[in-house]
Ligand binder design. Structure first.
Ligand code: BES
Ligand code: ZN
Length: 457
């Protein structure tokens, strides 16, 4: 059978496929830091060349930010679009890495072989699973199985500022029968999964200003307003003692989980104790009447991602700072409106400011939650393909993270998007020592070959 030939080719070619991925991982394409602009460009060039080698008519497409990569190959049957992102997160704190994040290597660990390096899992390793499946298919058959568009972004990790305009301007070129997105994970690191629910994201940064200069805390402390204390009170007031978020109207549009969904999730046998235990915790914080899985997939959050001000260097300095800063993000579910929540948040902060304090806000992206319809036949076909590869029934799951484009395909191109990925919970994406299991990479490539075969039967 021809699928078997493709799968055997994937097995035989794994060392070369791994070398290609290591090559891409050496390019430090950190999208959020302007110092790496040329590297983002280089990563895009690398992918254009790779796609050309696979027979795609591929090019780097400029945007006001980092370029998109778009490639087309013609064929009969369905028109599939594949999306991934070639940009990566910053690497700090660098001292916590056990190797140079951009000098990737295959490492033997007690749990198996892993590809270590920034972007190995999020998302270069994942996007290469699809390109490698195409490579093996083409090597066996001489052509790809159907019409395919590859669409790779270089700004996903910085909120995709150029994405919507690019999709609108190139709608006819990008519209396909279904979008395949490889940027998510397995369920519990072992069960293949198709994500049908993603949380949205709203980012807010604020600076509270008090005195017009830093002051000596002995001369002024107690009399002068301290912006860090003001900020702390404001942050503390965002949740009540039960973990609920206090902003007026915050829960508008948050649906209650259906009994059917709750039962299905309970059937997934999520190991709550292991989930927390793996990160050195034992008791769930937050809403006490919800299970951890329910909280991550179906409940909104407000989290403080960073807070700074005053003196934070070595030693000690008795300063009363002029300013205090924080970065706060909200994960959104259901029909929650990011713009309404931004307004409610800013109004709450303004109202909480004492005399002599002012505040500046900076918005950092906003996207609503995404709910995928699974009515398109590609979903059940792909689920069967994943079940075949992993030997475990593939599951429909939620995802606590955010991939704004998943919803944009529906909104701007009227296409369904199917999120299939092979990351594991312990991949340490966005953290030091990011890795991608060689098993994820290998079986990920095989999975896509099987999906392609099922979708083009
Ligand atoms: N690949 C992740 C999304 C993800 C996270 C999938 C966790 C599965 C598990 C994606 O690249 C990401 O990190 N997205 C950002 C959003 C973006 C707008 C900065 C996120 O979720 O924080
Ligand atoms: Zn990602």
């Amino acid at each position: 059978m021809s699928l078997d030939a493709v799968l055997s080719r994937i097995d035989a070619d794994l060392p070369q496929a791994t070398d290609r991925l290591l090559d891409l991982l050496r390019i430090p394409s950190i999208s959020t830091d302007p110092a790496y602009k040329a590297d983002c460009d280089r990563a895009a060039d690398w992918l254009v060349e790779d796609l050309k080698g696979l027979g795609f008519d591929a090019s780097k497409r400029p945007t006001p930010g980092h370029p998109m990569v778009v490639g087309h190959v013609d064929g009969a049957g369905p028109h599939l679009l594949f999306y991934g992102h070639y940009d990566v997160q910053p690497v700090d704190p660098l001292n916590l890495w056990n190797r140079d994040p951009f000098d990737p290597q295959v490492e033997d660990t007690p749990a198996g072989r892993v590809i270590r390096g920034r972007g190995s899992s999020d998302d270069k390793g994942q996007l290469m699973t699809f390109l490698e499946a195409c490579r093996a298919w083409k090597a066996e058959h001489g052509t790809l199985p159907c019409r395919i568009t590859v669409f790779l972004e270089g700004e996903e990790e910085s909120g995709s500022p150029s994405l919507i305009p690019f999709m609108q301007e190139n709608a006819d070129e990008l519209r396909a029968d279904v979008a395949l997105i490889c940027d998510t994970g397995l369920f519990e690191s072992k069960t293949p999964a198709i994500v049908t629910m993603l949380r949205g994201l709203l980012g807010e940064e604020l600076t509270i200003h008090g005195p017009n200069k830093d002051l000596h805390s002995g001369m002024y402390g107690g009399v002068a307003r301290n912006p860090i204390r003001v900020l702390s009170r404001i942050i503390a007031g965002l949740h009540d003692e039960t973990g609920r978020i206090t902003l007026p109207g915050f829960y508008d549009g948050v649906p209650e989980l259906s009994d059917e969904m709750r039962a299905q999730w309970q059937g997934l046998a999520f190991d709550h104790a292991r989930f927390l235990g793996d990160v050195g915790l034992s008791l769930p914080a937050g809403e006490q009447d919800r299970t951890p899985l329910e909280m991550i997939w179906s409940r909104p959050t407000c989290e403080v991602n960073g807070i700074w001000g005053g003196y934070t260097g070595d030693g000690f300095k008795t300063v009363l700072p002029a300013q205090a800063h924080a970065k706060i993000s909200f994960r959104l579910v259901g029909q929650q409106d990011p713009f309404a929540i931004r307004e409610a948040f800013r109004a709450y902060v303004q109202a909480a400011l004492p005399a002599d304090c002012t505040v500046d806000f900076k918005g950092h992206g906003n996207s609503p939650a995404g709910q995928m319809s699974i009515a398109h036949p590609a979903f059940e076909a792909s689920r069967a393909a994943l079940t075949d590869e992993w030997g475990v029934a593939a599951a429909y799951v939620g995802c606590g993270g955010s991939i704004p484009i998943a919803g944009y395909f529906k909104t701007y191109l009227d296409m369904d998007a199917m999120l299939i990925g092979f990351g594991k919970d312990d991949d340490q994406i966005h953290s030091p020592n990011e890795k991608y299991d060689l098993e994820s990479f290998h079986k990920g490539i095989r999975s896509w070959a099987r999906v392609l075969e099922r979708l083009t039967r």
